[in-house]
Write a protein of this length. Structure first.
Length: 304
């Protein structure tokens, strides 16, 4: 230490620790330090979140091991009440082939591994309500209801191509391990399922369909179910022939939003329905006498 400083009188030593310039500079340095620390902390959190996202958001696994079938298509996947996964699809030597069948597989490991493939619907199977066996099979749709009954809806063709398709269905009371006999859902020609139904109540489903016979249009089937049986049903179009492949979102038992593919335009169209008759309602054809609900189109928009 410099001895000259030790002999200076106390009043000669100027205390600058509280001077305006020093205080301002010190505060500025502290603010910069805090800002730098906060930026580093935020950057670290972003990197950590990105790392977690990369690790958790996306993974793939091969579900079908049926390499002998050239055509495998029309799949549906659901998570069951016990946390396991169930997937369905149809496979055959080609699309529309007579050897087409509907297959299912289970996964108890979150999709990282799968149990052996099972046949849920055999080629040439016949619905209980029909005199004729199926020529070919198509799209599948899985759904588990509030009673934990699994429904398998699928396209079934007796004559011709997809314009001659019906919608058949089976149920399973043991999470897809065994299946009931086939039943006919739609009696008209040209109805094909594609996406999952939505629940409008504890015992009511709304199943999206595409109609492809003569006039092509998207439609929906309202189903009242109880203990694995369809008590009442009705079907009606929901948009013009310019649209197809509907998918539904239910806001409540009376309001449903339908997203549809627009033919040729490469756009997605949405149509909003409200069952309450606050505007002029439209009554559509019923699949069973005495069961017809008014459905009102509320709005339509196009998402580019």
């Amino acid at each position: 230490m410099d001895e000259s400083l030790s002999v200076l009188p106390s009043e000669a030593v100027k205390d600058v620790s509280t001077s305006p310039d020093m205080t301002r500079n010190h505060s500025l340095k502290r603010m910069k330090a805090r800002l730098f620390t906060n930026i580093c902390a935020i950057f670290a959190l972003v990197l950590s979140a990105a790392s977690i996202a990369r690790a958790q958001v996306f993974s793939t696994s091969i579900v079908s091991a049926e390499m002998a079938m050239a055509m495998q298509h029309g799949s549906s996947l659901i998570e069951l009440d016990d946390g396991s996964l169930l997937v369905s699809w149809y496979g055959g030597s080609k699309e529309g082939a007579r050897d087409s069948r509907i297959l299912v597989r289970h996964s108890l490991a979150g999709g990282t591994s799968w149990e052996p493939t099972q046949i849920a619907v055999n080629p040439r199977e016949c619905a209980a309500e029909s005199w004729f066996s199926n020529k070919t099979l198509g799209n599948t749709v899985l759904f588990q209801d509030k009673e934990n009954i699994v429904w398998l809806f699928y396209a079934a063709v007796e004559f011709g191509g997809w314009s001659g398709a019906h919608v058949d269905y089976k149920i399973s009371r043991d999470r897809g391990r065994t299946w009931s006999e086939s039943h006919r859902l739609t009696k008209g020609l040209g109805d094909i399922p594609r996406t999952k139904p939505v629940e409008l109540g504890p015992h009511e489903l709304f199943l999206p369909l595409s109609h492809s016979a003569l006039w092509k249009y998207p439609s929906g089937a309202r189903l009242e179910i109880a203990n694995g049986k369809i008590m009442r049903k009705m079907s009606f179009p929901i948009a013009s022939s310019k649209c197809s492949h509907p998918a539904f979102v239910a806001f409540d038992p009376d309001r449903v939003l339908a997203f549809l593919r627009v033919r040729g335009g490469g756009k997605l169209q949405g149509t909003f329905f409200d069952r309450t008759p606050i505007r002029r309602s439209m009554r559509f054809r019923s699949m069973m006498a005495g069961f017809c609900l008014p459905i009102t189109m509320m709005a339509r928009f196009v998402i580019p």
